[in-house]
Design a protein around this ligand. Structure first.
Ligand code: PLP
Length: 464
């Protein structure tokens, strides 16, 4: 028999098995929630104090259950960022043969978590026909180890044309380095910075924890810049920071575009200190208003590393990204990547090159832009008069500002609706001097078309 205990300290529903010790029962309930995916990786758990208060049990009992799961790898605990569900929680191999389990229950019926495009929109037919053409034309040497660590020249040339035309990037195929998504590019750059004896990187006060963790894992401290309606506060950057990581076209997740004055300020900082600006242009293809926001890299290609990705425009599963590297840093980046191209499939590179050259990439982006724009407009219309919406000029997500003090209630209601959604505070750098803001980050690009209306209805029903 199971007893369902719903607690709302931080939006957590647990099913404790009756008849077990409290600590063991709680640990098993948490394990099951992480295993089934109902508690998404990265989810921050309530403090042991507030969960204990919600459950009416001793704080030590909760703390011990948390510690057990940290030791098993289901949870992570870090000073300042609390206890979270581990990024890659997987069932551990049991010492005894495990009893047969029912298939995992899907955790949430709907998702508005930001980070992925509508995967149902992947252009399967056009990709397949580009792959066919690319394969038919591929020289035999394409099946060997890629002898140029920058990646296939066909793709570098296609990207150089596209990035110059569509994003205002000063792109020379010789300085394009292909990588397995933005994260891989950032990994290489972090190692370059460490080899330069850099110790600190300035990052936006709101951003992705995985990117901050990656920098920390490479031995770099992250210093939080403020973020406001004009993007990251790039004035007054310290000389000690060896690099600045920015999302200038569409700040992630607040959605602001970096103003011209702040663009100039960060480039001036790089010129004065010799530091690098790392420009994350993750969703630059999706701009809905007339005012185009070009890449920051155009201001100073010798100081700015431009990083682009196919994760939003096509699919994250492709693991394809590209960097346009300043000439003075090219050898350092290539030394980190390796003597040959170990990381990306030549066939995928040739396919993407053909996809871009044939015009299929532009067609796909245009059609997805229309899809996302329609969703964005529907979202704005559905919540108007209830909550404020911002960050909507571009990208696949928006920020909904809730009345102060109602964020928890909204998250709780969303969970009841079966809707996965994240609060803005989830993305806050632990040291950021940014004003607390009750808000949700709504990834309206995420649901498949077939689920969009129901997902939007679940969101509206969750709002205070
Ligand atoms: C801010 C930000 N940068 C970069 C990326 C892309 O990362 P990758 O290319 O490694 O998939 C994402 C995707 O969600 C993102 O949100």
């Amino acid at each position: 028999m199971t007893e369902s205990w719903a607690t709302f300290g931080a939006d957590l529903h647990l099913e404790l098995t009756a008849g077990r010790g409290l600590r063991a029962g709680l640990a098993e309930a948490l394990r099951e929630a992480a295993r089934s995916g109902r508690l998404a990786p990265g989810t921050r758990l309530p403090s042991s104090r507030s969960l204990a208060a919600d459950l009416g049990i001793a704080r030590n009992t909760v703390a011990e259950a948390y510690a057990e799961l940290v030791a098993e790898g289901w949870l992570t605990a870090r000073q300042g960022s609390g206890t979270r569900v581990a990024q890659r929680a997987r069932p551990r191999r049991a010492a005894q043969p495990a009893p047969l389990r029912r298939p995992a229950r899907p955790g949430y019926a709907y998702s508005l978590l930001p980070g992925t495009p509508d995967l149902g929109g992947f252009p399967r037919a056009a990709w397949l026909s580009a792959a066919r053409r690319a394969l038919a034309a591929a020289p035999n040497e394409a099946f060997g180890y890629g002898s140029d660590p920058r990646g296939r020249v066909e793709l570098r040339e296609a990207l150089a044309g596209y990035l110059a035309r569509a994003r205002g990037v000063y792109a020379d195929p010789e300085r394009i380095v292909l990588c397995a998504g933005f994260v891989h590019g950032l990994m290489l750059l972090a190692r370059v910075l460490r080899a330069r004896r850099v110790r600190e990187v300035a990052v936006e006060g709101y951003g992705l924890d995985v990117h901050r963790d990656l920098l920390a894992g490479a031995g770099l401290r992250t210093r939080a810049m403020g973020v406001d309606g004009a993007g990251a506060v790039t004035t007054g950057l310290p000389a000690e920071a060896g690099a600045v990581l920015l999302t200038p076209a569409h700040q992630f997740p607040t959605g602001a575009a970096l103003t011209p004055a702040r663009r100039t300020a960060v480039v001036d900082w790089a010129r004065t200190t010799g530091g690098l600006v790392l420009e994350d242009d993750y969703d630059g293809e999706f701009r809905y208003d007339r005012q185009q926001i070009g890449a920051l890299q155009g201001l100073d290609p010798d100081r700015v590393v431009y990083l682009g990705t196919a994760s939003k425009s096509l699919a994250p599963g492709l693991r394809m990204g590209w960097m346009v590297v300043p000439a003075p840093a090219l050898d350092e980046v290539l030394a980190m990547k390796g003597r040959v191209d170990w990381t990306s499939s030549a066939l995928d590179q040739l396919t993407l090159a053909e996809f871009i050259r044939s015009g299929a990439y532009d067609r796909h982006v245009r059609s997805m832009r229309m899809r996302y724009r329609r969703r964005r407009d529907e979202l704005v219309a559905a919540v108007s008069g209830r909550v404020g919406v911002s960050g909507i000029a571009a990208g696949l997500h928006a920020v909904l500002d809730l009345p102060p003090g109602t964020e928890r209630e909204a998250l709780r209601s969303a969970a009841w609706q079966g809707l996965a959604v994240q609060p803005l505070s989830f993305f806050r750098h632990p040291d950021a001097a940014v004003a607390a803001r009750d808000a949700l980050v709504v990834g309206y690009g995420t649901p498949p078309n077939s689920a969009w209306s129901a997902t939007l209805a679940a969101l509206v029903a969750s709002l205070p």
